[in-house]
Design a protein around this ligand. Sequence first.
Ligand code: FEO
Length: 395
Amino acid sequence: MSVKKIKENVYYVGAIDWDRKLFDELIPLPYGTSYNSYLIKGSEKIALLDSVDPAMYDTLTGNLKEVGAGKIDYIISHHAEQDHSGSLPELIKAYPQSMIVTNEKCKSFLMDLLLIPEEKFIVINDGDTISLGDKTLQFIFTSWVHWPETMSTYLKEDKILFSCDFFGSHYATDELFVRDENKIYIAAKRYYAEIMMPFRVNIIKNLDRIKDLDIEVIAPSHGPIYGRPGFIVDAYKDWSSDKVKNEVIIPYISMHGSTEKMVEYFSKSLTKKGIKVKVFHLTDSDIGEVAMALVDAATVVIATPTVLAGPHPNTIYAAYLVKALRPKLKFISIIGSYGWGGRTAEILSDMVSSLKAEIIEPVIIKGYPEEADFKMLDELAEKISNKHRENSIKS
Ligand code: FEO
């Protein structure tokens, strides 16, 4: 996709990254991604909203030429992370009269991260407006989605909310607007889970901040644009709500089959009680899939063998991710097998203790599971089922 017209004098000028496989050297990108940049031509001034990842700077400048942007007056920087800001140093050289418009915190980040000189900035406050002549940009601070400086811009006359990462999806497509909502729902949920979920409380506040705006289009900085904003706003309301589902996630590792046998038995025991179970083998699972499952699940049960007196390192990684992503889950437990001893349950319990989830007594057994061990797993399944019922957790 090169330049695309969104509305009169409002253009998409960003770049599609079809082949990127990993973000932050951490997050898998099964659908690639895009770095959305937008150009707004007012009757008096021209504004560019965000840049692109520096690797795709040439695409952006090619698009700017194609759209006939001989000059840029304002570059609105919603977010200092380099996938949107990384081309700013080159852009301000290419368009020397342009000024970067952003908030004080973002200015400070851009000066630190990209060494942009202070005199290149115009600092705005929450609610401020800038006139482009016949078009007006209003800035809305939508902090902590997902950095502290993040903000959005509302283009009043065209009723477009440029939301930056908020509502985004890592999804490379030629389509300017979302066509298949089911497909984008999955990509946007994955994005929410990986990027936004730790800031769920701020998401709720920011949803409230934009609720009275008359929005016809939401244009995020990744993925296609929403011509039906209610679709993504309602999805965000659901994901960020306190509501959890009657689901148990089991991320597991097994070295010689004992823990795997426990997982297999325990999953069946939970399923018999009407609980939906999602099992992730941590050796080859996509962590984005695990993160997505964490958006809704009421309970996580980490399953691990004991190695060197503690949990298998892959399950330590899983516990760390659960802690870092701060899902709204209500209950956590641990199952696993050991050979001669260790502190597996204590170590994992300590790791997730900062979450507001109740830790249900783990089931750690010696060696390969036997009848008495299966009974303990049934009892754990029963406890979880009861907890879900007592808390009115439904599918
Ligand atoms: Fe898409 Fe937080 O950068």
